[in-house]
Every structure is written in C-alpha cells, then in structure tokens.
Design a protein around this ligand. Structure first.
Ligand code: DGY
Length: 321
C-alpha cells in the first residue's frame, strides 16, 4: 500500500473532519489551535506533501517562496482566498483550493442577523439587559428602524449575495444589486440591477457587502462612496474587512449620517479599529459567518474532497490556481 500523503493542518478542525483526515492521511494536527507564525508554518511543513490552511494563515509571496518543495497543494478551509498570494502560488506551481457553496446559507443568516441587529438596536438592548439597566417598558424606549419596505442593496451577487437577497425579500424588502456582470433573469429573481457601484449605493437603504477582497474592492466603501448612501442607511459586511475604510465608516456612524452598521469582518481582525467599540450603533460579531456545526463540517469535508482528488491525480473541483 502506498504511503499516505502527509498534510500539515494549521488549525484545530471539527472532530469529524479530523477523524477523516487521520483515516486517509498522515495528518499533522494542531490540537492547541495556536496560530502559527510564518516561520513555524514553514518549519512544521518540512517533509509534508500538502497544507490544510485557514484564513488566519497568511501565505504571502515570501512565505510561499520559503515553503518546502515537497508541498504541492494548499487546501484552504474557507471560500475566501485573499490570505494567499495567488500569483505567487501560480508561479511556484502550488495548487490552491477553497470551499465555495457550502457556507452560503450560514453566511446569509449572519448577514440578516447583522441587518436586524443593527436596525433594531439588538446589541444595545442586550448590553442594557445584562447590565441590569432596563427600568421599564415605554412607548418611546429604544426605538429602532423597521426594514419592511426598505431597499436592500447587494454588492456582489454571487451565491451568498443571492441567498441573502432571498432572505431579505421575505422581510418585504425590495432587492437592488450590483455585480460585475448582470445575472440571468432567473437568478435575478426580480432584483433591480445597477451597472455601477455608485448607482447601487444611491438606492440602498441597507447595503449588504458580498464581494471578494481584491485590489479593485479594497476600501471600495470609503468617505466618497458612503456619502452616496441615503441618509440613515445601514451598512452590513459579511465579506471582508478591507472592502471598508474604517475611519470613514466610523465618522459616518458617529455623525449619525448612517443609522447603523452590522459587521462580522474587519480590517486586521481581531485587532479591529477601536473606534467601533465606542459606537452604540455598530453591531459587531467576531467573524461568525460560517460558524455553524453543519457548515464547518461541510467546509472541512470539501477541503478534504479537494485534497483527495489532488492526491488521486485528478483535478480538485475547487481549484483556484
Ligand atoms: C471564508 O470562508 O472565507 C469565511 O470568511 C470564513 O468564515
């Protein structure tokens, strides 16, 4: 029997995923779940055939260049792959895979949670109850915004954007979107297309960000573009922090020009811009988009399907490079 390929697994994974890894591979697990430094990752990868990495592993061009030659694939436990320098991977002949589709429902749920939490002041309310600061029901107490009848603007109408739009529609919202390419009518499902980001923003009472982190989307939501949103709009981000210029969003929230924001992803997370913590109208979650038992299992199995295909000499379904 041929020796099992050796896989360096950089973070602790769900039990069922680790069980399959241990069955089919010589798996180097990380039971303590520490985040490896670049040097640690490189030294632990010595003699391994592949990596199973997470968004917390920054595979920059410099890191990729220093990876042991034996490493031929990096399967990411994530749909996003902005933590990997794709050009450098390509140049080195490193196969990279991701885990699309399986986390779309879970992420859409978090986007809706963020919208409602921001619109209905859920964070503030929760903090008040816990601090024993709730004195009485009152007709004028902690009034929020209703989303019914408002315009839900989707920036990036991929699978997650479309599922989130479908959920928002069930709240009686009118769906607007911008995407690089207009979708077929069947996928649009009645959503109103805007051919520029600026035009979408002018029509979004709630802006929900679903575009990938690329050089083109870096700080796409900034002082100029935030000013295009209708007064009192809500910004929701479940995509990547770097789509937003934090200082500009914080200013717009502080001044009251925007009603609120619901954010699950941040620049430089977990060391987020401290300004967010000072704002009652920022509803904040710690990157929980895909964090359900079902979805994390499915992401792990999808990453393993990609490794299995690669080591069987087939093309991994989710090959990015
Ligand atoms: C991803 O898969 O890219 C997510 O951000 C992790 O939840």
């Amino acid at each position: 029997m041929a020796a099992q390929p050796t896989i360096l697994v950089t973070r602790k994974l769900p039990e069922a995923v680790e069980a399959r890894l241990q069955r089919d591979y010589a798996a180097r697990l990380n039971p303590d779940d520490t985040v490896f430094s670049a040097d640690e990752l490189i030294s632990r990868a010595a003699g391994a055939d592949g990596l199973l990495v997470c968004p917390t592993d920054k595979l920059s061009a410099a890191v990729i260049e220093r990876l042991p030659q034996s490493i031929r694939i990096a399967a990411s436990f994530s749909v996003g792959y902005d933590h990997i320098d794709i050009e450098a991977a390509q140049a080195r002949g490193l196969v990279v895979t991701n885990t699309p589709d399986v986390l779309s429902d879970a992420t859409a749920e978090i986007a809706i949670l963020l919208m409602l939490g921001a619109a209905r002041r859920a964070g503030e309310g929760e903090r008040l109850v816990r601090a024993d600061g709730w004195t009485s029901w009152s007709p004028t107490f902690m009034l929020g915004r209703q989303v019914t009848g408002r315009r839900f603007g989707v920036l990036g109408m991929g699978k997650i954007g479309r599922i989130t739009a479908e959920r928002a529609r069930s709240f009686g919202m009118e769906i607007h979107y911008h995407n690089r390419n207009r979708l077929d009518p069947a996928l649009e499902a009645g959503a109103i297309f805007h051919d520029t980001v600026d035009d979408l923003l002018r029509h979004a009472d709630v802006l929900s960000i679903h575009c990938p982190a690329t050089p083109e989307t870096d700080r796409l939501i900034n002082e100029r573009t935030l000013a295009l949103l209708p007064a009192g709009a809500i910004v929701v981000n479940t995509a990547r922090g770097n789509v937003i210029d934090d200082a500009a969003l914080i200013d717009a929230l502080r001044s009251g020009r925007l009603y609120a924001a619901g954010l699950d992803v941040f620049n430089n997370e977990p060391a987020i811009h401290p300004g967010y913590r000072t704002l009652d109208n920022a509803f904040l979650l710690p990157h929980l988009g895909s964090a359900t038992v079902e979805t994390r299992d499915a992401m792990g199995f999808r990453a393993l399907d990609n490794l299995d295909a690669f080591f069987a000499g087939k093309a991994p379904v989710d090959r990015v490079t």
